[in-house]
Design a protein around this ligand. Sequence first.
Ligand SMILES: [Zn+2]
Length: 397
Amino acid sequence: MFRWAFIVLDDLLALFTLKTLQRRLLFSPLDLSTHFSGIGTAELAAHCLDIASQQLLGHSLGFAFVSSCESAPVSQRVLKQRVHADTCIITDVLARCPAAKELFATSSALGCLPRPVEEIWNELRLTGCKAQAGKCYQHNSLDCPTPRSKGDLSGTPCQCWSTFGLRKTTSSHLIILLLVWALWVRWAKPLFLVHENVRGFEPTFLEWLLGDMYDMVTLRVDPSHMGLHFARRPRIYVVLWLIGQIVQVADITKTYLHVTAAFEREFPCRYPLSSAFISTEEEQQQEYDNSKKKKQQQKKARLDLEEVRPSAHRQWEGLLTDKQRGYLKMYLAKWKEEHYADTGILPEEDPSCLFDLSQDPAQKPRQSRNGMAPTAVLIYELQDLCFLLLFLAWDLV
Ligand SMILES: [Zn+2]
């Protein structure tokens, strides 16, 4: 699995030659940051590339992570094990913009943004970013400065863009987190950014937030591009670079395609995903929608049943076997014949009415040798609409 970094650099060597690559990748040091860092996969990937560079190019890439930013306590603990002791682990991206923090709290309670996203973005841009980052888990302090880095690798929250998140997009309160990240970008001005999100992400949204400062290119990335043919997590990566500060020496899209071809040679796809999944992604989505609809219908049916419970005993007949249903019919007829004429009470209205559906009403109930009832009886209780399985344990008597 960790060979990927060697394959990438090996292919870049073939594309650009050793001397060119050494010159282009000799950074000292290259300050990096991550946001929405999770358990530090971006940090780990950078470390893998660095090791590969030391082996293949003969020098370190000089990556220096100045800060991560992660709100989940479990992930913070993992990050602390992964990053250098100097690297800040900021616990709340919103802390660097109090206006956004307040807005996030009210929007979460509402479940959506109180105003159009355009208005909110304009408001936040007026307030700007604080120089203090808020709580730092790594240094147990409130004094760590808001990071400034030369490069940032961030995967902003995807729930607002994913199909399973109901595609609330820009009306979701989670979009505020992306706005605060963009606010920080405008303040810190990293030379380059790599932004990751799910397939439903709209790169035009980043153009709207940062397009006046950054040029960008979108890559549609699939795990199969790295030889992981049985994984389905397609992603949209947007690579951004600060206008006027970065000279592009190669076409990013073409280079990416070149590298993915190297993976294809290394891990040819003998068995395409379609051989394991007979349905297409659209069909799977359809299946997901159907099952969701079915669950909602079942929930509604359950609620309906609870409402009309006293007269809904027929719902339970679906759980009976054909034989039991036949017995029930005979029991009901017999019961009406024997009791209804006298009392005028229907079997389902009489709390004392119990039928043993394991016994054929046309025959005499079976008796054990000592005259006790059988070990287990399935009783259909009309009053409470439930089945009782009674263990009478006559063997033990
Ligand atoms: Zn710190």
